[in-house]
Design a protein around this ligand. Structure first.
Ligand code: ATP
Length: 264
């Protein structure tokens, strides 16, 4: 991990739900770092802990044990923050100012225009948009002639590109994308993935993306594979075929474990 410039890192992250017979260990002592200026995809069989990991990294869920740091060099050494040390209001401000979010279901406000949705995080923080950066983001997502439309007047792909622009407008330390193409057809999905890729290559952003789709994962610099709450493998410079091979073998291992469990 030396010489690895991390935007977000976690140590011994554990999350358990329930107790007794109903105890589920969703994350099992995960230690991981996400490189600054990289697109990292998180993959794994259903129930392997992907969403739980992302929610704990983003401070949307509290781990049972372990620690998470946001390592933002944009804010100097003082920018390194451990999430578990923060009160709720400080965590809310940190998420608003230093993290961006893209969800499967777009999560735009229906009464606001595209422009108002994009600039909402800045409005909430009482900040004015940096017009030249806003122009860069809007041109990159190809929404220049849609800025005054409301979400209902936009296609799914356009809505998700608004959500991407909203996630980037405050130049966050990290963008968390949870199945960003899950509700899109392959063409609209490719546009959104192309934009997330360009945000890394051209705007030096850091993106962490949960996905089930090997093609989406192939846009990443690095793919992490989760199984049973642990990181069990990773690929750099992934191709969709190599990702598919790994995920198939993890899924068949998971099915094998369940079959043994049922028979025992
Ligand atoms: N609120 C909760 N209460 C109890 N168990 C939970 C809760 N949230 C998640 N779990 C369990 O934790 C484990 C990991 O869930 P998680 O949603 O993180 O997996 P995932 O890899 O994101 O799954 P999927 O691909 O199906 O979305 C699963 O066994 C799940 O049932």
């Amino acid at each position: 991990m030396t010489n690895f410039d991390a935007a977000v890192s976690a140590e011994d992250l554990t999350k358990r739900y329930g107790s007794g017979d109903a105890l589920v260990t969703a994350l099992d002592a995960v230690t991981v770092a996400f490189g600054r200026g990289e697109l990292t995809a998180i993959m794994g069989p259903s129930g392997s802990g992907k969403s739980t990991l992302m929610h704990c990294l983003a401070g949307l869920d509290t781990p049972t044990a372990g620690r998470v740091w946001l390592d933002g060099s944009r804010h100097g050494d003082a920018g390194r923050v451990e999430l578990s040390g923060l009160r709720d209001d400080a965590l809310t401000a940190l998420r608003r100012d230093r993290m961006g979010f893209v969800f499967q279901a777009f999560n735009l406000l229906p009464t606001l225009t595209a422009w108002e949705n994009i600039t909402l995080p800045l409005d909430l923080a009482g900040r004015r948009p940096d017009q030249s950066f806003a122009d860069t983001v809007i041109d990159a997502v190809g929404l220049r002639n849609r800025l005054h439309h409301r979400p209902a007047q936009l296609s799914g792909g356009q809505q998700q590109r608004v959500a991407c622009a909203r996630a980037l407008i405050s130049r966050p330390d990290v963008v968390f994308a949870d199945e960003p193409t899950g509700a899109l057809d392959s063409r609209a999905g490719a546009e959104v993935l192309g934009f997330l890729r360009r945000s890394v290559d051209e705007l030096a952003q850091t993106v962490v993306m949960v996905t089930h789709d090997p093609v989406a994962a192939s846009y990443a610099d690095r793919v992490l594979f989760l199984a049973d709450g642990k990181i069990v493998d990773e690929l750099r410079e992934p191709s969709a075929d190599r990702v598919l091979d790994r995920i198939r073998s993890l899924e068949s291992a998971a099915r094998g474990t369940r079959t043994v469990g049922v028979g025992a």
